[in-house]
Design a protein around this ligand. Sequence first.
Ligand SMILES: [Zn+2]
Length: 283
Amino acid sequence: MKTIKTLLLSVIVFTLTACSAGISLYSPQEQVQIGKQLDQEIRANPKEYPIDKRDAQVRDYIDKNIFRPILASPAIKYRNVFPYQLEIIHNDSVINAFATPGGYVYVYTGLLKYIDSEAALAGVLAHEIGHAENEHASKRMFDAMLLQTGSSLLVKDSSPELLKIGVALGAQGWIMKNSRKDEDQSDQVSFEYLKSTKFYPGGVKFMFEKMRDDGSVAAGGGSGNALVKALKFFTDSHPDPIKRIDVINSKIKDSGMPLKTYKNSDKDIFKSEYDKNIKKKLR
Ligand SMILES: [Zn+2]
């Protein structure tokens, strides 16, 4: 009996080790298929994901002037594998963006109306491209599959309820921890991708700085004012924005670049261009 328990525990340990190795469950080609499928589902559900034709002019502007230049970075490896695509979802109450496996990227009008510059938007888009390039979703699916296998070996139907709950929470905690690492990695690579563009490469932190000054987020991810509802989805999926500002700031310092904030109006922040071509054009 004891040896079986030891064996099962070693399965769990192997599982956790394998997870930190960052194994992807699907090949890049399969990820494109998954992304395509999700994109079709999103387009077939305009109630939840209103992609409005009237936003097409803004979408085209962002695609041509921000999205494609980021994808031209030498640090992008799946440029010719993933059919990178950008779409705007018309919902002003959501301050967020997301990417499917295979490079389908969506940004909400709530986010576009909240930020103030092309550099900030470039940071957000580069962050989302970073999730696709680093195959984060596929890696987390691998974790989930292995952990489920490991847990079901350790926990039998006859096991005490508390043990079942404990194992499930442990698995969930592990995946959560890894997804926080994914956020950090996407922030870091966004900086690398933007270095070859005309945009200030630290733009990914601009939105967090604005949220911090608004009192919308505090250290630890706590929230406090009217923006809370719009931000809830964002802070749930992107924990601890204050810590992320610090991480990006040290990356900027290490690279020897000047430290700029969202309040900066230098040429490489592109504020007036953002106002004229994006913010004022959104309904
Ligand atoms: Zn993210």
